[in-house]
Design a protein around this ligand. Sequence first.
Ligand SMILES: [Zn+2]
Length: 286
Amino acid sequence: MPELPEAEVVRRGVDRAARGRTVTALLLGRDRATRRDPDPASLPALVTGRRVESVDRVGKVLVVDLWAGPGARPDGVERDVLVVHLGMSGQLRTARTGDDRPAHTHVVWVLDDGTELRFVDPRTFGHVARSTAPPGGRPAALAHLGPDALDELDPAALAAAFAGRRVAVKARLLDQTAVAGLGNIYADEVLFRAGISPLRAAGSVRTVEVDRLAAAIPEVLTAAIAAGGSTLGDGGYVDVDGRTGRYQAEHRVHARAGQACPDCAAPITRVRLGGRTASWCPRCQR
Ligand SMILES: [Zn+2]
């Protein structure tokens, strides 16, 4: 499923295609894709005629900022936004109006330059919903998320997320209310680079280890973004142009159980952890 790097690659693509463009129509397909919106039937009227001011991101969630225009938005005005959760299999794709729409296209933004932005989601765990955001702040719908793993996380914030927690450190990293943006792939990778066992109680991670982890997180995420994200065997993740990621070739432990650890050559182990799996090197990660 898309995690922070994949969401960021998609965000950049959508921002390139849509920023400054006016939405001339919003087409809704399957109801399930707008199930979290308070009044889906009124979404087209809310969005049509609005200009896309920016496309932002909090954790794995994209935020499309819309302004009625035509002039610039005055400072200090509450913002109307659409939040786009990609879920397990959601994609945002760009195409020209008139191009065939793929199956499972649930939401279409038609833009004034003939571009279409399409939310495509075979499993429909993802969704699109309206929200509002204070100037320069987070949408209300995303207020429950922890600090963004790339843009807002520092050692103090990470230490606060771990303090006193008996839950496994990997499970804590996956909890979006603690840290926003990490999923199974990148939690495995950052714990490996920091030399921390995924099974340790979060509250037992020492300050020096928190510092290593806080340094590893942006390092891994930045490298993954530069490589276009990770596309695993399910092939689900692609960018707005349909291109797969390349970072999976750089994974050191995730989905590599039984292979040699790149640092010590011991076999990488996979364990069940809270309904998911964790891949790690028991020799390098303590
Ligand atoms: Zn090792």
